[in-house]
Design a binder for this molecule. Structure first.
Ligand code: PLP
Length: 371
């Protein structure tokens, strides 16, 4: 169908000229990491853009998430979703905590808030939900549960850059929220991430965590690690932030085209967004119901690959089926998550994808649907 391969995503890159102009001053200052001028500039620009009070940059989202868990000084069990990227669960385990998996909702893939309370024990110290595909969790209900049982709430907002709920930045909900700025995310700094918070005291805590606990040349105040964002990453972020609205607008056009073209195909379903949310069009996930669609998800994925269209089974396998976890979680019942993991397929979506390419992808899907 196409002359070239279509991948599931492509990183947004500013023009070469824009990026080199952004990094040119570094050859003067020779300050290329350790919280330089660009780092400071990006930190405040992002706090403003994400409508959050406090924000600390990290070298990647995963270390930001581990830092968030560490900062809250948690112990015991953390209730979380199995329908996510490896990072969410690994962060819990690597911080010496035990993940307790809660099933998700069929409608939008986020944690099923009605099933959280039954999982709370004396050992529970926090809830770690994911705004999966940029779909907002039921933050109100989760906050009520957290209050009632005195639990902390950390959101994995890796997919939710720029998303707002009822006029508030999604990162302003919960005790802490983590964003990822990895190259595959809708906004990126090559590798990068951040933690957002309301309580300004966290600024110092995260500074310790990401920079060896160094407060001054002769004052090492805490046992911190190294998770600093460098100036070349920050420069990429400053460039990409200038083009973020454009990026979202183009993705919106493509998403609407997908929705138009895929409408009415029996056995193909799209997820719903919570009311009152603005979307970032980070992903184009579709659910394939075997039996009603002409083939199952894996066969559709393979058929698209024959046409050099590369989709992604996002998320498959389910975290609880990972080789490193499956023994421990063999008995856990997560029927909705399991079903979703077997049916979800993320279609190609990036700003440079052409409308004609979306049409071509949808034509193959319709053919596979056999309707
Ligand atoms: C990308 C991602 C992360 C990790 O972010 P990195 O910046 O790649 O370390 C965590 N959780 C989810 C859901 C993600 O998609």
């Amino acid at each position: 169908m196409t002359e070239h391969d279509i991948f599931v995503t492509r990183p947004h890159l500013p023009s070469f000229e824009e990026y080199t102009a952004q990094i040119r001053p570094l050859w003067e200052s020779q300050w290329i990491t350790n919280l330089g001028a660009l780092h400071q500039q990006l930190e405040s620009a992002l706090a403003q853009r994400l409508k959050v009070e406090g924000l600390s940059l990290f070298t990647n989202g995963h270390l930001a998430l581990e830092g968030a868990l560490q900062a809250l000084d948690l112990s015991g069990e953390v209730i979380t979703t199995p329908f996510t990227f490896a990072s969410t669960t690994h962060a819990i385990v690597r911080q010496g905590l035990t993940p307790v998996f809660c099933d998700i909702k069929e409608t939008d893939g986020t944690i099923d808030e009605t099933k959280i309370e039954a999982l709370i024990t004396e050992k529970t110290s926090a809830i770690l939900p994911v705004h999966v595909y940029g779909n907002c969790c039921n933050v109100k209900k989760i906050e009520q549960i957290a209050k009632k049982y005195d639990l902390k709430v950390i959101y994995d907002a890796a997919h939710a850059f720029g998303v707002e709920l009822n006029g508030r930045g999604i990162g302003s909900y919960g005790d802490l929220s983590m964003f990822s700025f990895h190259a595959t995310k809708v906004f990126h700094t090559i590798e990068g991430g951040a933690v957002c918070y309301k309580d300004p005291a966290f600024g110092r805590v995260f500074h310790h965590i990401r920079d060896f606990g160094i407060e001054g040349e002769e004052l090492i105040a805490a046992v911190g690690g190294n998770a600093k964002m460098n100036e070349f990453q920050a420069a990429m972020g400053l460039c990409n932030l200038r083009h973020f609205e454009e990026e979202v607008a183009q993705r919106k056009v493509l998403t609407e085209e997908y929705r138009r073209q895929l409408k009415g195909i029996s056995g193909l379903r799209m997820l719903r967004q919570r009311e009152g949310t603005t979307h970032n069009y980070a992903y184009m996930p579709v659910l394939i119901e075997p039996g009603r669609f002409g083939m199952d998800r894996d066969a559709l994925c393979a058929a698209l690959r024959e046409h050099r269209i590369f989709t992604r089974k996002y998320f498959y396998p389910l975290v609880t089926d990972f080789a490193c976890y499956r023994e421990q979680y063999a008995g856990v019942q997560l029927p909705v998550a399991k079903r979703m993991a077997e049916r979800m397929l993320a279609l190609p979506l990036y700003s440079e994808l052409r409308v004609a390419e979306v049409e071509g992808i949808c034509a193959v899907i319709r053919e596979c649907a056999g309707q």
